[in-house]
Design a protein around this ligand. Structure first.
Ligand code: HEC
Ligand code: HEC
Length: 286
């Protein structure tokens, strides 16, 4: 539109833009002062901001020096340095020394808990509560012993694996091939009697001798178990493979054998120590 169409609108005293649609004209109302000053202030602020902070990725580093990214890198570095002091202490101390030192123990336990979540929880459960065939690590029942050294050895070398020469090893024979079926029934009832489960008393009495001849060498005469052989206690209410007739007799006929990897071959020694202290803290017996 040509400039010469602009004029002063009588009603408002404001200049028009010269645009007119069917006689309706557009006023060229100036921006409010306050708005304009805010706008200029923003431009000044933005210019200052762009100089002060890193505004162009990779191009300007900002007068303030360093980026948030750098800050994170520095924080991670400091954290690692702070930790390495603890990691070195754990590496240098014996398990017993760590246990005696409250601060060291707290650090080892939380490191162990983190490593447990990553490496162990899929078999033992997030709270180490265990599943059928995978022992609960919170209770005081230990297949392979609950002292710091026992637990360290179990974690380090694992159970019944092919990888470590020092792996925990023992194998309950398949008594389905050794005993007659009625004998299995009798000895299963004897085991249920030892464990305080409902059972057939006559069968259990007949099973007592079979038990002494075939089972006591590993599980103990009274069913107390033997950590040297990883033979579970049978006279408590804790069952690794299940506490009913079907599961007990199936374990006697064709035993299941738990296998655990040798963690010493996969994790560094400090982590294995931290795991030992964490697991021991859950329910270790010295
Ligand atoms: C692949 C499954 C699996 C994973 C993963 C696993 N375990 Fe085990 N763990 C077992 C089994 C099975 C047994 C029981 C072996 C047996 O029957 O004697 C066991 C036994 C143990 C025992 C001995 C318990 C006792 O009563 O003596 C400890 C301690 C233990 N695990 C700790 C750990 C730790 C710590 C980790 C992680 C670094 C871990 N386990 C990861 C399967 C696993
Ligand atoms: C050579 C040692 C040995 C002998 C002998 C032996 N056991 Fe076992 N028994 C074990 C081991 C080891 C386990 C644990 C299996 C595993 O975790 O892999 C076990 C597990 C069991 C379980 C499962 C316990 C649970 O908590 O679920 C029962 C039940 C059992 N044995 C009964 C018997 C009976 C009955 C006999 C005799 C007829 C017998 N065992 C003889 C070593 C033995």
């Amino acid at each position: 539109m040509a400039d010469d169409k602009t004029r002063i609108d009588e009603a408002t005293g404001t200049e028009t833009t010269g645009h007119s649609w069917d006689g309706i004209e557009e006023l060229n109302t100036p921006l409010p002062r306050w708005w304009l000053y805010c706008f200029y202030a923003c431009i000044v602020f933005a210019a200052g901001y762009a100089v002060w902070y890193p505004a162009w990725p990779g191009a300007t580093s900002g007068a303030v020096g360093g980026t948030l990214r750098d800050n994170v890198a520095v924080a991670i570095q400091e954290h690692a340095e702070g930790q390495s002091e603890w990691v070195d202490k754990i590496a240098a101390a014996s398990l017993e020394e760590i246990r005696q030192d409250d601060q060291l123990l707290a650090f080892a336990t939380s490191a162990g808990e983190a490593a447990f979540g990553v490496n162990c929880s899929q078999c033992h459960g997030a709270g180490a509560q265990g599943f059928v065939g995978y022992p609960n690590l919170n209770d005081d029942a230990w297949l392979w012993g609950g002292s710091l050294d026992d637990i360290y050895h179990t974690i380090n070398h694992g159970v019944r694996n092919e990888d470590s020469d020092d792996t925990r090893w023992s194998e309950m024979p398949a008594f389905g091939d050794i005993l007659e079926a009625p004998e299995v029934t009798d000895v299963a009832n004897h085991v249920m009697a030892l464990g305080g489960l409902e059972h057939d008393a006559d069968a259990a009495a007949r099973g007592a001798e079979i038990y002494l001849d075939n089972c006591a060498a590993c599980h103990g005469e009274d069913g107390g178990g033997d950590p040297e052989q990883g033979a579970p206690r049978l006279n408590d209410a804790i069952w690794l493979f299940g506490g009913n007739y079907e599961l007990i007799s199936s374990q006697i006929k064709q035993p299941a054998h738990g296998v655990m990897p040798a963690w010493g071959l996969r994790l560094d020694d400090t982590t294995v120590k931290a795991l030992t202290l964490y697991v021991h803290g859950l329910g270790g017996g010295s």
